[in-house]
Design a protein around this ligand. Structure first.
Ligand code: UP6
Length: 355
């Protein structure tokens, strides 16, 4: 995949959200993820709104934000999701789940934060064993089925939806045996299509404009599928990281076993080694020297173990796909301008890799 354009990888990726993300990257000419590690919910939302046009992914640590509002209808997650729609980016909660399967299922879907509701993507450290990936996949599938069902029951029976199935899947809308695999009554259709074709047009979640006529949706691409995705924390950027080659290899195997849920990795280098591997790599530990200073691949660490490489080194030489930048952007005098500088550099590094 190293020499393949993102637009091509969009066609062959297994995960619907990866296909979407590759297309979004191509559309926005961006392979930049902002790590929005600010201290308050107000700053988070303001930053997401200002930097949104330059990025394809916004990474959160909800647990370092003070004033996070957990209300499932009006809270911070919902507001962030609205900004994601407006600017066209995906939300990645960097939760680094690690525990027994049952516990991560509950942490992922329930509790205060209900991460699954607002984060398209999250990640896991698989030190506890790869069964927890299966546990999270199951939780995500159940969540999608439940949303699917809620959406379905909110529409009148027999709504014509012919021709709306992108993947050419046979629909089973009325007539015949219309129970799904759980024995519930209803037609079996893909959630992507269901949300777009079944949800009533007056649903506030799908509104395209607000009462003032402001556009609420990023133009140029449809809204992302309702699938949730996982990144495996395969390698870390920090000094003295204890993750071994065997651990990283176990991540690669777990990813291949769960292609319908695992989108790829948080890693420091490309891990697609088999011919049909098309996983996406997101890479933290990225910083540019200040404008005007010469680039030599490496940038001074933060004194607390974080190590930095430039986008050119990570994308062109090491073959990763998306650079994750936190303080490099947030601590600059003007984050939107600095985000644009990172976007241009990272995209140039990708174009250099292709040629
Ligand atoms: N992060 C790393 N390294 C990893 C994995 N994750 O730095 O291997 C996360 C940190 C932080 C962000 O938790 O949110 O990426 C990096 O921020 P920075 O650009 O400000 O150093």
């Amino acid at each position: 995949t190293l020499l393949q354009p993102y637009s091509e990888r969009a066609k062959t990726a297994t995960h619907p959200l990866s296909r979407y993300l590759f297309r979004l990257m191509d559309l926005k000419a961006s392979n930049l993820c902002l790590s929005a590690d600010v201290t308050t919910a107000r700053e988070l939302l303001a930053l997401a709104d200002r930097v949104g046009p330059s990025i394809v992914v916004l990474k959160t640590h909800y647990d370092l934000i003070s004033g996070w509002d957990y209300n499932p209808q009006t809270g911070t997650g919902v507001k962030l999701a609205a900004l994601a729609r407006k600017h066209g980016f995906l939300i990645f909660e960097d939760r680094k789940f690690v525990d027994i399967g049952k516990t991560v299922q509950m942490q992922y879907t329930a509790g205060t934060a209900r991460i699954i509701e607002w984060a398209h993507i999250t990640n896991a450290n698989i030190d506890a064993g790869k069964d927890m990936v299966r546990a999270m996949a199951e939780a995500a599938a159940n969540w999608k089925a439940r949303i699917h069902y809620e959406v379905k029951t909110s529409v009148s029976v027999g709504t014509p939806v012919a021709g709306q199935f992108e993947d050419g899947e046979e629909q089973n809308n009325g007539g015949g045996d219309d129970r799904d695999s759980d024995g519930r009554k209803g037609s079996i259709v893909s959630i992507t299509t269901v949300t777009q074709s079944f949800e009533p047009a007056d649903s506030p979640r799908l509104a395209k404009t607000n009462e003032h006529g402001d556009e609420l949706v990023f133009p140029g691409i449809e809204e992302p599928p309702m699938d949730r995705g996982l990144l495996l924390l395969a390698q870390m950027s920090s000094k003295g990281c204890l993750m071994t080659k065997d651990y990283t290899q176990a991540c690669v195997e777990a990813a291949r076993e769960h292609k319908d849920f695992v989108m790829g990795y948080v890693a420091q280098e490309a891990l697609n080694t088999a011919p049909d591997d098309n996983f996406i790599h997101m890479t933290p530990g990225c910083k540019l020297p200040p404008p005007g200073e010469e680039e030599n691949g490496h940038v001074e660490g933060d004194g607390l173990g974080q190590q930095y490489n430039t986008p050119a080194k990570l994308i062109t030489l090491l073959g990763t796909d998306i650079v994750i930048v936190g303080r490099g952007i947030i601590q600059s005098a003007d984050p939107p301008t600095e985000a644009e500088r990172y976007r241009r550099k990272a995209w140039k590094a990708y174009l250099a890799r292709l040629s």
